[in-house]
Design a protein around this ligand. Structure first.
Ligand SMILES: *[C@@H]1O[C@H](CO)[C@@H](O)[C@H](O)[C@H]1NC(C)=O
Ligand SMILES: *[C@@H]1O[C@H](CO)[C@@H](O)[C@H](O)[C@H]1NC(C)=O
Ligand SMILES: *[C@@H]1O[C@H](CO)[C@@H](O)[C@H](O)[C@H]1NC(C)=O
Ligand SMILES: *[C@@H]1O[C@H](CO)[C@@H](O)[C@H](O)[C@H]1NC(C)=O
Ligand SMILES: *[C@@H]1O[C@H](CO)[C@@H](O)[C@H](O)[C@H]1NC(C)=O
Ligand SMILES: CC(=O)N[C@H]1CO[C@H](CO)[C@@H](O)[C@@H]1O
Length: 453
């Protein structure tokens, strides 16, 4: 009986204390939010109020997690206009305009729009989104003007009709929330992807979206905390993420000092943030770190490995290190073998002359055989020559790769005037019809098979 009574008292007091009796999540036109007051979202997740960042004496209006032991600010209104005293007041005008004033007059920050409004209110939602709404219509939301943090449900992207971009930008430092040059957002250049920039320099790119993750960060796919979504529609392209379990929240934040984008997940048991991921996470995540024609491989040393057939470009070596040259260039020795087949024409006339196709196949096989023999002889000669000159010939692997058989489906050569086959052999430099991507000093044997008209 007594136990029951105490249990009842305990429950009542828990309910009483857990519901902050003064907590409000909405202010209307006649009300205001002064320094010292907070607006708390309905479920108690987030608070809006004035705060001092780090050891700074300046005050800012911001949003932070309400129930966390340490204040983690996720949004700042007056990022570039700090307030020096405690006279800051946030008001919503009858026009719907949001103003942050000091000393009753000077506006240090405002948010406005052109739509006409009837009864606007300011509300802090459970998601951490501060909205001005007129009935059910949202006129303005802080999620459209993020600071350094991406919260679940926030859309980071581009409105393709207006060009309006939503990007996050890091705080200058722990004491100063003004925007630094480290930014993160969607970029559309090579297909939409997430790009982290320091000024104009690309530090990290996610790779393209491949349905359930980005090609550059596949480790995200099967995590227990959140799902990432990347939406590319006619009108908009954006990145967002949603929580799998609301009590295990997650946030993405930029850090200017470290030049990284970090993801944290909340640990409700220890009441601390756990670092989930960091980009760039290692040497190879840094965009373009190896220069052209090279792969970055974290488990190799040096990290930068030239593609097969390429050699380090020592002329562009970084002044810092001999290990990571400024990319790779094509090896100057070697030989390519190309067989150009006007496949479309063969396809078109197949019905007309099946016999010819059979003959062609036979002839191709025969020519291939001859060419292989020729190549073998050439290579043997080259080897002999190299050996006699004392050159390094133990590069067996790349030599094997040099014997490429590339069959081109398009006819880049002149149109045949009469039936027959044409085989010709000439130095690479003499051919202007060859693809520009093959600019090298290699010799090229082109074999063109032309068909009867
Ligand atoms: C706060 O003080 C700094 C330095 O004294 C000044 O530059 C700045 O304009 C002041 N800000 C406001 C909002 O008065
Ligand atoms: C601010 O202005 C209002 C009306 O203009 C006035 O009633 C109020 O006393 C002023 N407050 C301060 C602190 O000056
Ligand atoms: C960025 O990281 C540094 C080093 O870990 C830390 O001291 C600093 O507080 C971080 N900056 C912000 C704005 O959190
Ligand atoms: C959500 O996380 C909390 C805390 O870790 C856990 O107690 C709860 O069971 C989880 N809920 C679901 C549906 O997984
Ligand atoms: C050279 O190395 C130093 C120290 O490792 C680093 O701070 C600097 O940014 C590097 N410079 C270049 C051009 O890579
Ligand atoms: C966010 C926004 O649109 N702010 C505008 C509010 O109105 C003032 C004055 O008309 C503009 O200067 C702001 O750019």
């Amino acid at each position: 009986m007594e136990m029951g009574f105490y249990f009842y008292i305990l429950c009542c007091s828990l309910i009483f204390f857990s519901k902050d009796s003064t907590a409000i999540d909405t202010i209307s036109v006649s009300e205001s939010l002064t320094d010292g007051m907070t607006l708390v979202s309905n479920d108690g997740s987030f608070a809006l109020g004035f705060f001092f960042p780090g050891s700074s004496k300046s005050r800012y209006l911001g949003i932070w997690y309400h129930n966390h032991p340490m204040q983690t600010v996720v949004w700042v209104a007056n990022r570039i206009t700090p307030i020096n005293d405690s006279t800051g007041v946030l008001k919503i005008r009858s026009s719907g305009k949001l103003v942050l004033q000091i000393q009753n007059t000077t506006a240090v920050w405002s948010a406005n729009w052109t739509a006409t409004v009837e009864n606007p209110v300011l509300q802090l939602l459970d998601s951490g989104n501060l909205v001005v709404r007129d009935g059910k219509r949202y006129l303005w939301q802080s999620f459209d003007y993020p600071s350094d943090t991406i919260l679940p449900g926030m859309k980071i992207g581009v409105d393709l009709r207006t060009g309006f971009q939503i990007r996050v930008s890091a705080w200058k430092n722990w004491d100063d929330p003004s925007p630094a040059d480290l930014t993160y957002g969607v970029e559309l250049v090579e297909g939409p992807e997430m790009v982290l920039r320091k000024g104009s320099e690309k530090l990290y790119r996610s790779g393209l979206w491949i349905g359930n993750g980005f090609s550059g960060s596949q480790d995200y796919r099967a995590n227990p905390f959140f799902v990432i979504n990347f939406v590319w529609k006619k009108n908009e392209v954006y990145y967002t993420f949603l929580l799998k379990n609301e009590s295990v929240t997650s946030r993405l934040v930029l850090n200017q000092t470290e030049g990284v984008r970090k993801r944290y997940t909340w640990n409700p048991e220890t009441q601390t943030w756990n670092l989930f991921s960091m980009r760039p996470s290692d040497y190879c995540d840094t965009y373009g770190v190896c220069g052209p024609n090279a792969n970055c491989e974290n488990n190799k040393f040096p990290f930068c490995q030239c593609l097969t057939g390429f050699t380090p470009d020592w002329s562009k070596r970084s002044s810092n290190s001999s290990e990571y040259p400024g990319g790779c260039i094509r090896k100057s020795d070697g030989m390519d073998l190309y067989i150009r087949v006007p496949a479309s024409e063969i396809e078109l006339k197949k019905r007309a002359n099946v016999k010819l196709a059979i003959i062609l196949a036979t002839v191709i096989a025969a020519l291939l055989g001859i060419l292989l023999v020729v190549c073998y002889i050439c290579r043997s000669k080259r080897k002999l020559k190299a050996e006699s000159e004392g050159n390094n010939v133990n590069d067996k692997e790349s030599e094997d790769e040099d014997l490429e058989l590339a069959i081109f489906g398009r006819n880049e050569l002149f149109s045949p005037q009469q039936p027959g086959f044409l085989v010709y052999n000439r130095p690479f430099g003499a051919d202007s019809s060859s693809g520009n991507d093959r600019s090298s000093s290699r010799n090229e044997i082109s074999l063109s098979i032309l068909e009867a008209r």
